[in-house]
Write a protein that binds this ligand. Structure first.
Ligand SMILES: NC(=O)c1ccc[n+]([C@@H]2O[C@H](COP(=O)([O-])OP(=O)(O)OC[C@H]3O[C@@H](n4cnc5c(N)ncnc54)[C@H](OP(=O)(O)O)[C@@H]3O)[C@@H](O)[C@H]2O)c1
Length: 245
């Protein structure tokens, strides 16, 4: 096994995934950066390659059946190991009350936010056993609380919580740590994507009326979880902006 630890991060082109890729690269991990927007992946590769760490950009649409598993095999074939896997890709499209929401987006919302994460976890399991590694799945406070107007998204994130809590019990005895990390409002492109903007952008934080989390706040928590010694398993973390209701 090569010496340098490897982190695979989905959703690396934006927000929490991108901040996590940069944070873990700064901590010495080689990075497999996964998302659809190739130009942004290439920009991230260039940014990380200023350090000694390697960055492998992997263009992948996680809404496609089987894509998460194939992508994981590709990363493993390149690096030969996996130490940290962070599932951050997600979207909230299909927003709105039942009956008014654009339900055409729901299959993709369920695929990206839930099914692909399950596939990724399954494909990463054996290499994570070999490295006594860590799986960090980005949930949401909408996976804990009711979320009017976000029913499909909430269904996926509640499902993810059930998945994580179940596999954690299975996999702990194999030495794999499994953490569900639930952010509250975080200033990323999430809301812009949800609206269907063709050029997604980060909000002016003034729209919320309180200071939201930054993606770097969540990335710091991921790094803390991944940095725990092998006998410490952080089961679940929920992070909310202080003044967020
Ligand atoms: N922002 C918040 O307030 C908030 C709160 C709680 C939880 N979360 C969760 O945090 C995670 C990250 O979201 P974010 O806030 O960082 O949003 P973001 O800035 O919009 O980033 C979402 C990422 O997911 C990727 N993605 C979306 N659809 C994909 C697909 N079909 N295939 C592959 N990658 C795909 C995007 O990359 P490409 O478009 O390049 O594919 C992008 O890198 C999500 O799981 C979200 O549910 C966010």
């Amino acid at each position: 096994m090569a010496d340098t630890k490897v982190a695979l991060i989905t959703g690396s082109t934006s927000g929490i995934g991108r901040a996590t890729a940069l944070r873990l690269a700064a901590e010495g991990y080689d990075i497999a950066a996964v998302a659809r927007r190739t130009a942004r992946l290439e920009a991230l590769r260039e940014e990380i390659s200023a350090r000694p760490q390697q960055c492998l950009p992997v263009t992948c649409d996680l809404s496609e059946a089987g894509a998460a598993g194939r992508m994981t095999e590709e990363v493993l074939a390149h690096f030969g190991r996996l130490d940290v896997v962070v599932a951050s890709a997600g979207h909230g499209r299909g927003y709105g009350p039942l009956g008014e929401a654009e339900q055409g987006h729901w299959p993709s919302a369920l695929a990206v936010n839930l099914s692909s994460v399950m596939d990724l976890a399954g494909a990463a399991l054996q290499p994570l056993r070999e490295s006594s590694g860590t799986l960090v799945l980005i949930g949401s406070v909408f996976g804990i609380d009711p979320a009017p107007d976000y029913a499909a998204y909430a269904a996926a994130k509640h499902g993810l919580r059930g998945f994580v809590r179940s596999i954690r019990r299975e996999q702990n005895m194999e030495g794999v740590r499994v953490c569900l990390l639930n952010p509250g409002t975080t200033n990323t492109e999430f809301a812009s994507v949800l609206r269907g903007d063709t050029e997604p952008m980060v909000h002016d934080p003034a729209v919320w009326g309180f200071e939201p989390l930054l993606p770097e706040d969540v990335a710091a928590a991921v790094a803390w979880v991944a940095g725990q010694p092998a006998h410490v398993d952080v089961e679940e973390i929920t992070i909310r902006a202080t003044r967020d209701r």
